[in-house]
Design a protein around this ligand. Sequence first.
Ligand code: CP
Ligand code: NVA
Length: 300
Amino acid sequence: MKHLLKLQDLSREEITSILDLADQLKYEKKHGIAHPHLAGKTLGMIFQKSSTRTRVSFEAGMYQLGGSALFLSSNDLQIGRGEPVQDTARVLSRYLDGIMIRTFAQAEVEALAEYGSIPIINGLTDYAHPCQVLADLMTIREYKGKLEGLKLCFIGDGNNMANSLIAGGITMGMKVAIGCPKNYQPDEKLMAWAKGNGDFLCTDDIMEAAKDADVVYTDVWASMGQESEKKIREEAFKGYQVNDELMAVTHPGAMVMHCLPAHREEEITAKVFEEHANEIFDEAENRLHAQKAVLVKLMK
Ligand code: CP
Ligand code: NVA
């Protein structure tokens, strides 16, 4: 594994090995055992969109691994004034040991990897959010003791989260069901791959998607960069909500997950959110541990 660009690039063995290391790093952190695997190394973190979890967990994670992290806002970099990503990649490769980037186009992340000579980590694009889903898989494994055979359903927009959950879930042998409006389906190519490689369903009937699910996942109706579509989306996604009625058809003891930030009473009711707050905030915590595992795998 040279980069983390999208989860389709990883095998089941590679994902399992990241999750195992994440569990170990979490254990060590809880027991005060230092793990300075990346002493002397520097991670650059380029952000073209806002972030709370990704920024803070990567930065804190690098310090805990004995290295350092640089926050690089695209507003302050020449990239924001039009310097090509191909040139930025070749320059930053000479200063840094790894780059995490959050941006719009997946092609930009792929170009960084092609032109740079250091590991590139996708910290969210419009297409994928692989770091989030590694933390999600880690959390499901903690709660359920396994991944294979469990049913994961995602309710809402067929966005970056849906795409990465399909890629990660199917790779790990989970059943994946997406409940979304017809015009907001996940990436077509990815869905074709999922159908050919596992148990996959995409439907506009959310009750069918949620039926007997072990894990219910949701995300915002309008992602970063889609602010101008907010009103249209509110109409399109009415009813695509995780609420008591939906939870009633899931498997008893089903988990509820959310990548956060959450919009209460839109994609999820405040009641269901609070009833499952432990799972949701363990999931947020696990961003730290899962990403530290990725950093060690790529940069050590
Ligand atoms: N879930 C997630 O990536 O959160 P941030 O946007 O706060 O980084
Ligand atoms: N789909 C959301 C995820 C945020 C973590 C977005 O892209 O804004």
